[in-house]
Ligand binder design. Structure first.
Ligand code: ADP
Ligand code: GLC
Length: 473
């Protein structure tokens, strides 16, 4: 089976969040189980040039808004699968990957360029796997091409929702310029008086998926569907929830090159060294018996950071440390700064994005806080599990699917989760975790349970293959 994965970001070429982790790892995992998978993604200014193996196509001519646009295509296998990086500097060489008024146009271009490219690089894929709103355009274009172009006749599309809160909305009048002025396309994009790339992907793809079972259910409800719940209910027979995997080549405390010491489920002594190094890094006193609570996150309303703001005072009152790595909303960033000034002996803060530090925090911390308002899958709780860092999460989306409450009597479970979006509900779990932390045997058991969970990509990749087969049937 030949599968093209399209994504706006993919590790190690680009990353702003979990989508990058997933899009980088999935094609590799598919190849490891015998699928002929490859990745297509934009080449950004932020992409590390040393990852590029060679120039694959010097002049990919793309008909775009009435003119002929010449793009280049670079090739790499740095993520473990063949990857084609579309080089169109006008579109993708910017100060940041997203955040421009014309993002819809940039990714419409990316989709169209990917479709032109696929004709140049061998047989038509059996499956084009599209991710999030940035790839909704290709669902419509392929559905149209299939009607008259024999090349695409046997290709099917799978569309994965990583976050329905971002929809790629723009004015309907723009559709003409983007080559989607016909009735079929307008119908696919049309949503509440505007055009939505997310809606187009959901409407016109052959199969749909999302990144956890629970989120698959949630987005069919009015409260969480961001206006598209009706469409997901209508197409629920096509919608499957597949929990993301973890790339254990990248996120493995036994081999992680970012760490000062290594450890695994059988021998945790290295974790102690990681904790010491983490405290040193933030100039905190080395009270190694005190727990470190940590957070690594985009500071957006999705992540429920208010609940951390409301409870961190209580956490510090117990003598524990709190270490945060994040960037985003200014008021949350300011809060972190003030907190650090208020308790410099207990609080470590890094404002910004820092991949290496994210690994060091996962390894050195004792507990990881994720009180998300909603969370399609969430990767950090799964990284935490492998690193012996206990997740305390809100029971939503993928957090609910992957974290099981610890039961001290039976010794089962791998973390702590609460339901209501309220500080007291969160705090109750924080205290429960602290109670277990000071019972060394119970804590060791809890860590062991989490560290031995298998969230590898292989399981997830096999489920995607089943989905692809359903799309082809
Ligand atoms: P989301 O994609 O919604 O941000 P996920 O949990 O799926 O949430 O993935 C977040 C990814 O981004 C993880 O790999 C995490 O380590 C990383 N990350 C988030 N914020 C930062 C940051 N400030 N610095 C480094 N890595 C970060
Ligand atoms: C989105 C979601 C996150 C998920 C990631 C990868 O960014 O917010 O929950 O883990 O996509 O699927």
């Amino acid at each position: 089976m030949r599968v093209a994965v399209l994504a706006a970001e993919a590790v190690p070429y680009s990353k702003t969040g979990g989508l990058g982790d997933v899009a980088g790892a999935l094609p590799k995992a598919l190849r490891q189980i015998g699928v002929d998978a490859f990745l297509i993604t934009p080449l950004y200014r932020q992409t590390d040039e040393s990852l590029i193996a060679h120039l694959a196509i010097d002049d990919l001519w793309i008909e775009w808004r009435g003119t002929n646009y010449k793009a280049q295509v670079f090739y790499s296998e740095a993520n473990g699968s063949p990857t084609f990086l579309i080089h169109a500097p006008e579109m993708f060489f910017r100060d940041s990957i997203y955040g421009y008024r014309e993002d819809y146009e940039r990714f419409a271009f990316f989709n169209h360029a990917a479709i032109v490219l696929m004709r140049h690089i061998g047989n038509a894929p059996d499956i084009v796997h599209l991710n999030d709103w940035h790839c909704g355009f290709a669902a419509v274009e392929i559905a149209k091409l299939r009607r008259w172009d024999s090349f695409w006749q046997n290709t099917r599309t799978v569309f994965s929702v990583h976050n329905i809160a971002y929809q790629g909305a723009f004015g309907m009048e723009e559709l003409w310029k983007l080559g989607f002025g016909d009735d079929f396309s307008r119908h696919a994009f049309s949503f509440n008086g505007a055009a939505s790339a997310m809606k187009a992907g959901l409407a016109d793809s052959d199969m749909l998926s999302t990144v956890s079972k629970r989120y698959g259910y949630e987005i069919q409800q009015t409260e969480n569907g961001y206006g598209l719940d009706w469409l997901l209910r209508q197409r629920s027979d096509r919608l499957h929830g597949i929990v993301n995997g973890v790339d254990y080549d990248v996120w493995n405390p036994a081999t992680d090159a970012e760490l000062p010491a290594h450890f695994d489920a059988a021998d945790l002594s290295g974790k102690f060294e990681c904790k010491r190094a983490l405290l040193q890094k933030f100039f905190l006193p080395e009270n190694l018996d005190k727990p470190i609570f940590a957070s690594v996150t985009r500071l957006t309303s999705q992540k429920g950071f208010e609940l951390i703001q409301q409870t961190v005072g209580e956490i510090l009152a117990t003598g524990a440390y709190f270490i945060a790595l994040g960037s985003g909303d200014k008021n949350h960033e300011d809060f972190l700064q003030k907190l650090r000034d208020y308790a410099p002996q207990q609080v470590g803060v890094y404002k910004g994005y820092n991949e290496s530090l994210a690994h060091q925090i996962e390894a050195g911390a004792d507990m990881f806080l994720m009180p998300s308002r909603f969370e399609p899958c969430g990767l950090n709780q799964m990284y935490s599990l492998r690193y012996g860092t206990i997740p305390i999460v809100r029971a939503v989306g993928g957090l609910d699917d992957t974290v099981e409450n610890f039961d001290r009597v039976t010794g089962t479970g791998n973390g702590f989760k609460f339901h209501d979006f309220r500080a007291d509900a969160f705090l109750e779990k924080i205290y429960e975790a602290l109670f277990v932390y000071y019972d060394k045997d119970a804590w060791r058991k809890l860590q062991h349970n989490g560290m031995t969970v298998d969230n590898s990509w292989e399981n997830a990749a096999r489920k995607y293959v089943q989905l692809y087969q359903m799309a082809k049937a």
